[in-house]
Design a protein around this ligand. Structure first.
Ligand code: MN
Length: 405
């Protein structure tokens, strides 16, 4: 299968990230076509003077201070960048751009807290059917609560950073004691990350119809999972070591404003949800997603295609639910969407589902097959939104699996 992705970023995208070149400090950036734009240099040249933003905000290890300025300022910077970068000559002959191959991109957000949801009905149905009962795949709470667990922020890394296959307790035959071994069921989860852009006070719930004001933007997210470790440990308190060994994100944060043209109605929720989850506009985002497996010796193979629109619970509902008890969100918190599976079997968002628990291995062009992932396999998630010639690119998140240490 060919990939529909290409690596250029349009003037409509203008995402935010953090970069460095050899021997220099980290700076904030955007990207246009394949040129990384140094926002600190632009600030020093006076391009943002009238916006009254301290220049030091742009010379920073993370986007958090910039995001904390609030939407009025960050959107003004984005608009100014679109004005400056309209001109192709500016892009290619300027003192503030550098080709993307010459920079290092860093983790753009200092993530305070990481929450992972479970909001795709097809994913929850598939997992429920495999692990419990196909006739009652969804648990009774699922259509009432946007189910989630608290993840671990310290092990979130940016695209290009690799990890070693984790070890843990595994028990495939519960009539015997568990063993300690490297996972043999290493898996991906195709997800989107929502980056919180505004905090709420402790004790103050966020109204579902105002929840999107609290969103700065989105990244691609791969929530690496060890299914054998997960199966043994998850009862009764949910995932722990099966999930916290590594999480990968893409380097560019796409603002929620950039996605405005790609809003589409979310599917009707039956039964009716409680009032605090009822939205005036029940909308998802139409963002095409694909997962590519690159084996050690082979070319790229697309193993699944899904879409951010395959969400039963919207981002706004996730935020309203997260805070309904008074829990405070902070700038830089990350909410994982949960694995995004579509209805068709070639749109499932994990190997667990694509191979149906390993029963139907994926056949690769080089003659090999995969039930789960092997050492030196590389996984790339790519995403884009496209409509009437408008294209918003999410870039990619790429990670290789290294052998157990
Ligand atoms: Mn997940």
């Amino acid at each position: 299968m060919n990939t529909a992705y290409h690596s250029h970023f349009s003037i409509d995208t203008i995402p935010f990230g953090v970069f460095s070149v050899k021997n220099s400090s980290k700076r904030l950036a955007t990207i246009i076509n394949d040129q990384v734009v140094d926002l600190y240099k632009l600030a020093k040249l006076g391009y943002f003077d009238d916006l009254k933003i301290k220049k030091s905000v742009f010379k920073n290890d993370y986007l958090n201070d910039f995001i904390s300025l609030g939407k009025e300022k960050t959107n003004a910077v984005r608009k100014r960048l679109q004005e400056i970068l309209q001109d192709q000559t500016t892009i290619h002959h300027s003192a503030f751009t550098i080709h993307q191959s010459k920079v290092e991109l860093h983790l753009p957000i200092k993530v305070g807290d990481y929450t992972d949801f479970y909001s795709s009905e097809q994913h929850a149905t598939n997992v429920g059917a495999m692990f419990r009962d196909p006739a009652n795949a969804l648990l009774p709470n699922w259509k009432h609560i946007p189910v989630a667990y608290h993840g671990r922020a310290s092990s979130i890394f940016v695209s290009g950073k690799n990890f070693h296959r984790p070890k843990g307790q595994i028990n495939n035959d519960e009539s015997k004691p568990p063993i300690f071994a490297p996972t043999s069921r290493l898996d991906i989860e195709l997800e989107m990350a929502t980056i919180i852009g505004k905090s709420n006070e402790i004790g103050e719930a966020i109204d579902v119809n105002q929840a999107e004001d609290y969103v700065f933007g989105f990244q691609l997210l791969n929530d690496w999972s060890a299914r054998d470790i997960q199966k043994w440990e998850y009862v009764p308190l949910g995932p722990f070591l099966a999930k916290n060994f590594f999480t990968s994100v893409s380097p560019w944060v796409i603002t929620i404003e950039a996605l405005a043209p790609f809003r589409i109605p979310a599917s009707e929720q039956i039964p009716e949800v409680l009032p605090y989850l009822q939205e005036k506009n029940h909308l998802n985002f139409d963002v095409k997603l694909e997962v590519i497996l690159q084996t050690k010796d082979a070319e790229e193979v697309v193993i699944t295609r899904s879409n951010f629109k395959n969400m039963y619970w919207t981002v706004a509902q996730q935020i309203a639910h997260h805070t309904v008890n008074g829990c405070n969100l902070n700038v830089g918190d990350l909410l994982g969407s949960g694995t995004i599976s579509g209805k068709e079997p070639d749109s499932f968002g994990s190997m667990l589902e694509l191979t149906w628990g390993g029963k139907n291995p994926i056949k690769l062009p080089n003659g090999s097959e995969r039930k789960f992932l092997e050492d030196y396999d590389t996984i790339i998630i790519r995403g884009f939104a496209e409509k009437n010639g408008l294209r918003i690119n999410f870039g990619e998140v790429k990670t290789m699996i290294l052998p157990t240490k």
